[in-house]
Write a protein that binds this ligand. Structure first.
Ligand code: ADP
Ligand code: MG
Length: 670
């Protein structure tokens, strides 16, 4: 369905492209291009618009596009074995100009005295020369030349990319349009190959925009079709129809040290409905940091346990897995439930034993990191899978775990309130419950943006908290010493904290390079107030819960996205103590001011989205789920909504059967 097939029906490879050898192929790989399909979909990141020039208005090194009559036979010079340079003169009617062009001696026969040609290049006014990068022999459509500009890397120029792409487009390949005929006719879309061609060799702006729109439409159509397919399929799949004694859960909830918020209750209700229905659960619980998602997850695990099934819970980091494990153990200490922890660091012998327990069903609940799916873990009767901070797992990883049970119910927890566009795409195939109310007594976290010059203020504020017997997180972006940048690194920061507070207070340091046991020790010490200031990288970002910590100081805050900063800030303010967040930054303070103004994660993510676009928000990029080649969720939101409607309309038509089958095959291939 999605490859490029030549007329003989064979799949085309990069090595089939003229002039592209192994070296070139390895260069392309660096740009993420691994197939001819990738190559033609490698769209220009911008276009240069070059006006047909009036030679007298041009300055040195201006881009030029100009017609002229060839005045003489070209001279060709060779240097080293591979390079050549060709020069000749043209008469523009106003001026005689020298044209220089490199490595294009094969054009020599076309440069005939008296022929009108168009030269595109750079004007070297001083030498009355055009250094050309293209010569056109056909008449250009209008007075504007639109030049594609690609991302490049060492060893591969814009021109090379253009040439490779042209050689694909000019060959007799077929490029299948994945938009159903129904919409091709409805919107009068042009042939896909034409659209691709004009994407790379635009004739005029109108056609270009039309082609980009069509290609984006196709991209989004395929994506939304997959989402829609998954969503409807899930609704059809039989799940476990449980009989659960709800009063047992009520009893458990009544014994908690706090009362659940309304939204927590509502979410647990949604989940109960899902679990007792005969359809499989596929639910996302979305709630700001500290809104209390963990207890919802634990109630879900208990419901699942009551109905006689095993639960697996995955966390994105070891620290968090351990924390969940301890939490759950504590809450179930009076219950006869077998709970185990499995991570990448678990000893082989213990792992074996846990695996055996999961396989024979004697273990009821397993908590872990990726190891839960990367290992060869078999389950006896897995009924529930929970993933915390789910956007950190790729679709494939989720799929692997799912496939380990017989249609287990799935619950995702996410502390990242996301803009509507993202919700639609990233979570398009899920049901969503939101926890909007924060547990009672939670105060807003007072947030201040400070510059490096205010460091004394910052230290004073820290001291104020320490004197109250509260604890502090200090976060820095990097661990490696980097001489070339001013980035405060964590060692450095640790030293600074030692100098400022080391006499009276204990300072700990936490980063990704420490051994697991060391990390745990440090976290334990922090929890038990043996450490007062914890200097850390973003390992503390997700989920870590120390109630007595009331201040978060983040250095070089500009290096983080607003959502990440908001997540970090959520590490404090975990009970009714007034908490503070200080963002130290000499740059981009305006962006950071948004955090001073609001504690509402949803608003923050919208602002971040508007400011930074689909960039590296929320680590979504990392998960690879959201990589559109052409479309951009921020700018193409309206189109996305349109496509969503079209997909829903189309899937109801009988003629969409084959298309749906293709989508199914494609999903299973990935
Ligand atoms: P998150 O949603 O960020 O995962 P947690 O589940 O870690 O948040 O909860 C944050 C803290 O709030 C925990 O210490 C938890 O015990 C506490 N908590 C959760 N729900 C309530 C509640 N209804 N009332 C009071 N405290 C709560
Ligand atoms: Mg959490």
């Amino acid at each position: 369905m999605f490859g490029i097939i030549n007329k003989e029906g064979d799949k085309m490879n990069l090595s089939d492209i003229k002039g592209l050898g192994n070296v070139g192929i390895s260069h392309l790989k660096k740009l993420g291009i691994e197939s001819p399909k990738d190559l033609i979909e490698f769209s220009p990141f911008r276009y240069d618009f070059i006006k047909r020039s009036n030679i007298y208005e041009l300055k040195q090194d201006d881009k030029i596009i100009i017609d002229g009559v060839v005045e003489n036979i070209p001279n060709i010079y060779f240097f080293n074995r591979k390079m050549d340079k060709m020069t000749f003169k043209i008469n523009t009617g106003e001026k005689l100009l020298t044209v220089t062009i490199f490595n294009r001696r094969f054009l020599k026969d076309k440069i005939i005295i008296g022929r009108i040609i168009t030269i595109i290049g750079k004007y070297d006014k001083e030498h009355n020369t055009i250094v050309a990068n293209d010569i056109r022999f056909e008449k250009l459509g209008n007075s504007l030349k639109i030049e594609p500009v690609y991302h490049t890397t060492a060893g591969i120029s814009n021109k090379k990319i253009e040439n490779y792409i042209n050689s694909i487009i000019d060959s007799n390949i077929e490029i299948k349009n994945n938009i159903p005929n129904y919409f091709i006719n409805k919107y009068k879309f042009i042939d896909k190959k034409e659209a691709i061609k004009y994407l790379h060799k635009p004739l005029d702006l109108k056609v270009l925009n039309r082609c980009i729109l069509e290609l984006k439409y196709e991209e989004l159509f395929l994506f939304m079709s997959k989402m829609y397919y998954l969503k409807t399929r899930k609704k059809k799949i039989d799940g476990i129809e449980r009989k659960i004694d709800y009063s047992k859960l009520e009893e458990f909830i009544n014994n908690l040290p706090f009362t659940l918020t309304t939204d927590q209750e509502k979410t647990i209700n949604d989940i109960y409905e899902d679990m007792t229905s005969n359809k499989v659960m596929n639910r996302l619980v979305q709630g700001d940091v500290g809104s209390g998602k963990t207890i919802v997850a634990i109630c879900t695990i208990y419901l699942n346990y009551l109905s006689g099934y095993q639960s697996a819970m995955m966390a994105p980091t070891e620290i968090l897995a351990v924390q969940h494990y301890e939490n759950i153990k504590k809450l179930f200490k009076d219950y006869n439930i077998n709970i185990r922890l499995i991570t990448g660091k678990t000893k082989t012998s213990e792992k074996k034993e846990i695996c055996a327990g999961l396989e024979d069903g004697s273990i009821n609940i397993v908590i872990g990191t990726h190891a839960l799916i990367s290992e060869n873990v078999k389950y006896n009767n897995l009924g529930l899978v929970i993933t915390d901070e789910q956007h950190r797992f790729g679709v494939n990883q989720r799929g692997t775990l799912k496939s380990k049970g017989i249609n287990p119910d799935i619950l995702y927890l996410s502390a990242t309130p996301i803009p509507r566009t993202y919700a639609l795409t990233l979570y398009g195939d899920m049901d969503v419950s939101s926890i909007k109310t924060m547990p009672n007594g939670r105060k807003n976290i007072e947030t201040y943006v400070k510059t490096g010059k205010d460091i004394k203020d910052v230290l004073m504020m820290m001291y104020g908290q320490l004197r109250e017997d509260h604890q502090i997180y200090v976060v820095a972006p990097l661990i490696e010493e980097n001489e070339n940048s001013n980035i405060e690194n964590i060692n450095d920061l640790y030293e600074k904290m030692q100098r400022a507070f080391g006499k009276k207070y204990n300072i700990g340091m936490l980063h990704g390079k420490l051994k697991n046991s060391e990390k745990e020790q440090i976290m334990d010490d922090f929890k038990n107030k043996k450490i007062h200031i914890l200097v850390a990288t973003t390992v503390v970002e997700v989920g870590v819960d120390v109630k007595n910590a009331t201040m978060m100081v983040i250095f070089d805050a500009y290096r983080f996205g607003l959502s990440t900063l908001h997540q970090l800030r959520g590490r404090v303010g975990r009970n009714d103590l007034q908490s503070y967040c200080i963002l130290v930054s000499d740059k981009e303070t305006k962006r950071l001011n948004i955090l001073e103004k609001t504690n509402d994660g949803f608003k923050i993510s919208e602002e971040d989205f508007l400011l930074r676009g689909s960039g590296d928000l929320f680590g979504i990029r990392q998960s690879g789920d959201m990589l559109f080649k052409l479309s951009n969720l921020k700018n193409d939101y309206k189109l996305l909504l349109k496509v969503k409607d079209d997909v829903e309309e189309y899937f109801k038509l009988p003629e969409s059967i084959d298309f749906q089958k293709d989508i199914e095959i494609n999903i299973n291939l990935n």
